[in-house]
Design a binder for this molecule. Sequence first.
Ligand code: CO
Length: 215
Amino acid sequence: MNFEKIFANNQQWVAEKISIEPDYFTNLSKGQHPEFLYIGCSDSRVTAEDLMGLKPGEVFIHRNVANLVVSTDNNLNAVVQYAIEYLKVKHIIICGHYECGGVKAALNPGDMGQLNGWLQTLRDVYRLHRGELDGIEDDQKRFDRLVELNVMEQCINIIKIDHVQRSWYKTGFPTIHGWVFNVRNGSLIDLGLDMEKVFGEVRSIYDLKPLEAVK
Ligand code: CO
């Protein structure tokens, strides 16, 4: 791919948009009102808007290696706070994907330099679910299952965030969804997680509202 081709692609895209809707960019510049916050992997094959069939303005996006929600990640915390408090998104989606390089690395112990700290979160997911994962003999199935369990654990990490809990107590939103993109056939899979139920189960540990006030 020729680097200059990107700018030619861009001008072609602009022309296509304007030919369909002359005021397209004028309208786009007026503001955004996305209903979704999507947290996914940086993997170049997992394209967020494209795979969801959503247009510019419809989804707020955060991507990192292996779609992790790490409590000390200022970048992620700012994205979540902005999405909830200012954009008032109704849904937060954590989307993992099969064949995720980050997840694969976590299945293989070893020094990966700068990535060690980041991968530690994934190795922790492996440790938490070691009984189930080590019971799966097929390597591919174990890999796929860790992708799913990682999404589930990151959904739990989302409900630990103060902005999420405050919004839940105030409005009942956002709803948390755990998805997996199957890069092998293009399908999006909803893991069907009931995060309200999960919050009920871990509330006595992670609830940030004083217990007296909850009663
Ligand atoms: Co990935």
